[in-house]
Design a protein around this ligand. Sequence first.
Ligand code: GLU
Length: 431
Amino acid sequence: MEEKVRVRFAPSPTGPLHIGSARTALFNYLYAKKNGGVFALRFEDTDKERSQKVFEENILAGIKWLRLEADEIYYQSKRENSYQSALKKLTERGLIYESDGGVYFKIPVENKKIIVDDIVRGKVEFDSKDFDDLVLFKKDGTPTFHFANVVDDIEMKITHVIRGEDHLSNTPKHILLYEALDATPPKFAHISLILNPDRSKMSKRSGDVDLDEYIRAGYLPEALINFLVQLGWSDPESREFLTMSEIIQSFDLSRVQKGGAVFDIKHLNHLNHHYLMQKSLDEYMQLAEPFIKQFAGDKALLESAIKLIQDRAQILSDIPELISYFFTQPEYDTPLLIFKKSSPEQTSKGLSVALKVLEKVSPKDWTKEKLQSILDEAISSESLLPGDLFWPIRVALSGQEGSPSPVELLEAFGKEESISRIKIAINKLGV
Ligand code: GLU
């Protein structure tokens, strides 16, 4: 019988959840789900000085936000007994010597070739003579990363170790520890690091690396999941947008690429825009809520503003800037009111005609369809060019060249506010 797949994500809670670690967690999760296995979360928190509860909480919250909840959770700091008994076993085998107050593990074979048969990278050869003896316990009595990591992977019956490429050079040492502890090493898959577009290693200095920063900017979990999985893996059917269950179905470690995966923020924005567009107005309002607290007063206006910009925001934090003119008179330079080669006089005439007809529109007719036909009629009866009327209305109301359509804006603002803004524009033109 095939043994049950058991994988683990093993962060050290010494900092907030890194976007690269989130991807490692995702690959582990997918591999477990794909194979009907177990996805464990193990906090490697033996470094008492650097490990912090806030980071543990941050990692748990990040994993939950991404909907990668773990089936089992462990804390190395609570597993002291396991490390002590493994040490006892090694001591009984004569593989241990003490030196300088730390306990060392003697690498048992000099000049031994160790081959790591990696699922992603193929066979990688190491020579044990290149390693120093391994420290198993630090002076403060806590186990080192290598020791606790291997002891736990054995006890937790981990079948596949899927982790960052930066751990590849540790793997031959781990293999020696497995052998010393009489255990069969798991299979290894070292996934490539995430790179900046210039192929340098992605780091704090070169951009946002904490998952939190992406949450705060208003990315959606489904966009990040699609983005992260496509960093280093590609769907055999080349689909761009996949649901979690579609990803689980097609995911395979054999399609994970060896080379570094370049972080392309434009692609992430594009995915996020796609998922934002799929939301109903209600869902969108809920998601936007934390980003638009300053506009909370007029709910009806807020809703119509959101409705009009829903297709424009790539991330939720774009929203305040996109809707601010709904709530305050926009600032703009007067020449922006003038369409292409037109003149201040023609523009002023267009706005005055619009003002005259709009003042007569009854509230029940204040809909974008009616307003469109009323203004179209005014253009033809006054022999105006559409650009001399619709363009300056757009700018008068929004202060922008690229806004929702003028009649949509009129409808959203209502009669009183629309008229007041058109009057301000006429005054600005001063002719
Ligand atoms: N605590 C290690 C890290 O955060 C885990 C390495 C592993 O997955 O084996 O890099």
